[in-house]
Write a protein that binds this ligand. Structure first.
Ligand code: FAD
Length: 434
């Protein structure tokens, strides 16, 4: 069988792929050895920018400004960088078949790629309302956001529907960041979500109350406890109304849906061990199949700190897991060993003038501290999570770099706590003096 052959192939050209390429270079990859095959038409970029500065009316981010690895303060890897290093970037190429036993990949156009070592970095895809057959969900201007093409459609819609109305379906990361981005663009925004408060997977009621209040002050309307069950369109097929389960009908020129993602593992189904919806790996991101690694959103890996196995859909882990896999591959070739992955979960988000960070695990009892009045000129508040008498997770809104470092340290060290009332009173100073 003819086709291109590489020593290393990364399937997927997102965050992990970019950070893996940089690590391959550090470790001394030779020209022609590494290829990245990506469905997207552009070199790897920092995906979180798509729901933030990419949508801003001023100070807008555009490529090549946010190619990896600028998100973590590193050198920006422009398309020329890959060329210089002899790394083949095979773009606009979707792999539609993977045969792990034959070490062969086939693209939608029928090209064949062979590899010695494969890194699976296919990330996630959005869950669509059409997946559940929601009535009218295929109308125009019902949009999703995962890749740069989706972001471009959103930018177009914002321009076209100037000062129009948007309904944001979903109250998670995407819902909150996109509501803010659209509001900044002077769109009239209503968020709809079924839960009693936003981001329930991470936020406590106390944390959420601040964001809901702050968003309300910015003019974002919030409809909780119900879901979108159908859409009405005009004669052009463009969405006009969102029908809610509770009977209400909301006007909309744009609908953005952020109801979660699904790791892209379909190509490998039945060929590799899976767990918790992802591809099962060891602490070096090696899968059950030799010479096949999985990193980023698709990997279910051992989280040493909690003696658990988890899948993490966040950019910090995408970067670090990619680096760990490449280090493992290269050290293995040299007969050396490296330390196991010892990850401290880190999530963050930014919207309006707000910025929060979270480190650790949000389990056990939560205590809220600080000034969480949405009307404060400079709100700064947070939450500790305490389990078995130890702090295991910390959230902080409005922290300085030093304060964020301090909460990260606390989440890692897990200091004991005797009295939750004292901890509440001490607030951030508890973390700062550790
Ligand atoms: P991705 O970066 O998604 O890359 C996957 C790549 O694989 C894509 O290029 C895709 O096209 C390609 N691909 C998939 N299937 C195929 C195929 N069959 N053939 C070829 N190519 C394929 N995390 C945070 O911690 N903070 C944030 O603020 C934040 N903001 C975000 C905002 C948005 C809009 C999105 C979508 C995500 C955000 N995340 C954030 C999550 C973070 O971006 C992801 O966890 C991270 O990108 C995962 O990296 P990855 O390499 O696993 O996957």
């Amino acid at each position: 069988m003819a086709g291109k052959s590489f020593k290393y192939v990364i399937i997927g050209g997102g965050v992990s792929a970019g950070y893996a390429a940089r690590e391959f270079c550090k470790q001394g990859v030779k020209p022609g050895e590494l290829a990245i095959i990506s469905k997207e038409a552009v070199a790897p970029y920092e995906r979180p920018a798509l729901s933030k500065a990419y949508l801003f009316p001023e100070g807008t981010a555009r490529l090549p400004g946010f190619h990896v690895c600028v998100g973590s303060g590193g050198e920006r890897l422009l398309p020329e960088w890959y060329k210089e290093k002899g790394i083949e970037l095979i773009l606009s190429t979707e792999i539609v078949k993977a045969d792990l036993a034959a070490k062969t990949l086939v693209s939608a156009a029928g090209e064949i790629f062979k590899y010695h070592i494969l890194i699976i970095a296919t990330g996630s895809t959005v869950i669509k309302l059409t997946d559940f057959g929601v009535q009218g969900a295929d109308a125009k201007n019902i949009l999703y956001l995962r890749e740069i093409d989706d972001a471009d459609k959103l930018v177009e819609a914002i321009k076209e529907k100037k000062n129009g109305k948007a309904v944001i379906v979903g109250g998670g990361y995407i819902g909150l960041e996109l509501s803010a981005a659209l509001r900044i663009n002077n769109i009239d925004v209503t968020m709809v979500y079924p839960e009693p408060w936003c981001m329930p997977r991470l936020f406590t009621a106390g944390i959420a109350a601040f964001y809901e209040g702050y968003y309300a002050n910015k003019g974002v309307k919030i409809v909780k406890g119900t879901v979108a069950v159908g859409f009405n369109a005009d004669s052009n097929g463009e969405v006009k109304e969102v029908k809610l389960k509770d009977g209400r009908v909301l006007e909309a020129d744009i609908v953005v849906v952020g109801v979660g993602g699904r790791p892209l593992t379909t190509l490998f189904k039945g060929q590799v061990e899976e767990e918790k919806g992802g591809i099962k790996t060891d602490a070096f991101f090696k899968t059950s199949i030799s010479d096949v690694y999985a990193v980023g959103d698709v990997a279910t890996f051992p989280l040493k700190l909690y003696n658990d196995i988890r899948r993490v859909e966040h950019v910090d882990h995408a970067r670090k897991s990619a680096e760990q896999a490449v280090k493992a591959i290269k050290s293995n070739e040299e007969g050396k060993t490296i330390d196991v992955y010892d990850y401290l979960p880190f999530f963050y988000s930014r919207s309006f003038d707000l910025s929060w960070q979270f480190y650790g695990d949000n389990v056990g009892d939560a205590v809220l501290f600080g000034d969480n009045d949405p009307a404060s000129p400079k709100p700064k508040f947070g939450s500790y999570w305490i389990k078995d008498g130890k702090v295991v997770g910390v959230f902080l809104e409005g922290g300085t770099p030093d304060e964020n470092k301090a909460i990260a340290k606390v989440a890692r060290v897990q200091p004991p706590v005797e009295n939750l009332d004292v901890l509440t009173k001490e607030g951030l100073s508890f973390a700062s003096r550790k």
